[in-house]
Design a protein around this ligand. Structure first.
Ligand code: CTP
Ligand code: MG
Length: 252
């Protein structure tokens, strides 16, 4: 008989904390303030993201990972934007990559943290239902959970172009129905994410990818079209439109 995987059936206890990496520049969004500090509906993108986490009843604490030279500015911004005072918000300095920023955020978690959500500041409009679905799946026993949506576009795998002015050759077409675009918040048992960050040192683009590397099973819950990442200028146009629609419908 084989030994059961170490993460199976382990109950997740302790409080739920959200780590929000917000230390990126936002190069693809174009020149201006760091992306998380840019305005959306007159409020910094980061403030929307923090509110989105605080709306989930289970979330007791938020750790914002700010640009290393912007900790005081981010602290002042959060204090001045009328966030609920019943929940703690910490601000720590970030690093050169998202992975490093998340690691620095994890280091600021109190000992009683049992579940960690990692949420991109750049996803300001994630609905509370998505956050709660992720928490529920971790509470239900999954060590690592990602919200994800089916793809609209067909995806091609390409090789590098053989010369600078030649086109890239297509080498394959994965079956679209089996692909998912992954969003945040991604949810983890705290011990699992801490172990992944200790053991995985090469670059991985999301936290769940790190968990996969150390053999932790990762599961998907339904994501949401409004949990898209503000990456390029057109995303900001879309985000403004979503926010205007919500305000008109008086949802928030
Ligand atoms: N992030 C971070 N620390 C970094 C790089 C990224 O905390 N050194 C955060 C970003 O602030 C963002 C999230 O990781 O909330 C997702 O990254 P991405 O959308 O790529 O943001 P940026 O890196 O800021 O954008 P770009 O890649 O266009 O520069
Ligand atoms: Mg980036």
């Amino acid at each position: 008989m084989s030994t059961p995987p170490p993460y199976e059936n382990a109950a997740s206890r302790g409080t739920v904390a959200a780590v929000i990496p917000a230390a990126g520049r936002g190069v693809r969004l174009g020149p201006g303030a760091p992306k998380a500090l840019r305005a959306l509906g007159g409020v910094p993108i980061l403030v929307h993201a923090v509110r989105a986490m605080l709306r989930a009843r289970a979330v007791a604490l938020v750790v914002v990972v700010a640009p290393a030279d912007g900790v005081a500015e981010v602290r002042a911004l959060l204090d001045g934007n009328g966030l609920p005072e019943s929940k703690e918000i910490k601000v720590v300095a970030g690093g050169d990559t998202r992975q490093e920023s998340v690691r620095l955020g994890l280091a600021a978690l109190p000992d009683d943290t049992g579940i960690v959500l990692v949420h991109d500041a750049a996803r300001p409009l994630v609905p509370v239902e998505t956050v709660e679905a992720v928490v529920a799946a971790v509470r239900g026993g999954a060590p690592a959970v990602v919200p994800a949506v089916p793809l609209a576009d067909t995806v091609k795998e390409v090789d590098p172009a053989p010369s600078p002015d030649a086109p890239e050759p297509v080498v394959g077409t994965p079956e679209r129905a089996r692909l998912r675009a992954v969003q945040t918040p991604q949810g983890f048992r705290r011990d699992v994410l801490a172990e992944a960050h200790e053991k995985v040192t090469d670059a991985v683009t999301d936290c769940a990818g790190m968990a996969e590397r150390i053999g932790v099973p990762v599961v998907v819950v339904p994501g949401h079209e409004e949990a898209f990442k503000v990456t390029r200028p057109l995303d900001l146009v879309l985000a403004e439109a979503v926010l205007a629609r919500r305000r008109a419908a008086d949802v928030f």
